[in-house]
Design a binder for this molecule. Structure first.
Ligand code: ZN
Length: 154
C-alpha cells in the first residue's frame, strides 16, 4: 500500500541540519505515526512521503518555507527582566514557556540577558533552517473512520 491522504503512516526518521548536526531522531524510540494529508508533519516532508511504500528509505532536503518557516525578526522581543521575576539564573539559549494570559502557551528561547532587559525569541527553534531528513517507511494502512473523524492517527 502506498502513502496517500487519509492513510496512517509510521516512519522512522533522522533529522540533521546543513552542518550535519543531529537535531532529532526516532532511533531508539517509538517511530512517528501520523495521518497523511492532515498537516500533522511539515509540508516538505509530507510531500516527499506521498506515493512511497512500506520499506522505502530515502533522504529529502526541506527548505524553511516548506519546513518551520523563516525566522521572523518581529518574534524576537525585548521584555523587562521583571517579567521573569520567578525565574533564577536566566541564561542565553534557555528554553522557557510563556503564557500570554489568554491561555496560549508559547515556547520561547532566551537570547540575551541584561540587568534590566531580557531578549526572547518566539520563533520555532527550527525556523530558518534547511532540514535534511533520512526516512524509512515502516508501515502504511487505511485510517479508521474514527481517525478520519478526529483528524489524527490513534
Ligand atoms: Zn482521536
Amino acid at each position: 500500500m502506498n502513502i496517500q491522504d487519509n492513510r496512517v503512516v509510521t516512519i522512522h526518521y533522522k533529522l540533521t541540519d546543513d552542518e550535519g548536526t543531529l537535531l532529532d531522531s526516532s532511533e531508539g524510540q517509538e517511530p512517528l505515526t501520523y495521518l497523511h494529508g492532515s498537516q500533522a508533519i511539515i509540508s516538505g516532508l509530507e510531500k516527499a512521503l506521498t506515493g512511497r511504500e512500506e520499506g522505502d528509505s530515502f533522504e529529502v532536503t526541506v527548505q524553511p518555507e516548506e519546513g518551520y518557516g523563516e525566522v521572523n525578526p518581529e518574534m524576537i522581543q525585548t521584555v523587562p527582566r521583571a517579567a521573569f521575576g520567578g525565574i533564577e539564573n536566566l541564561v542565553p539559549g534557555m528554553p522557557l514557556q510563556a503564557d500570554d494570559g489568554n491561555g496560549n502557551v508559547y515556547h520561547v528561547i532566551v537570547r540575551e540577558v541584561k540587568d534590566e532587559e531580557v531578549t526572547i525569541d518566539v520563533n520555532h527553534p527550527l525556523a530558518g533552517k534547511v532540514l535534511h531528513f533520512d526516512v524509512t517507511v515502516q508501515s502504511v494502512r487505511e485510517a479508521t473512520p474514527e481517525e478520519l473523524a478526529h483528524g489524527h492517527a490513534h
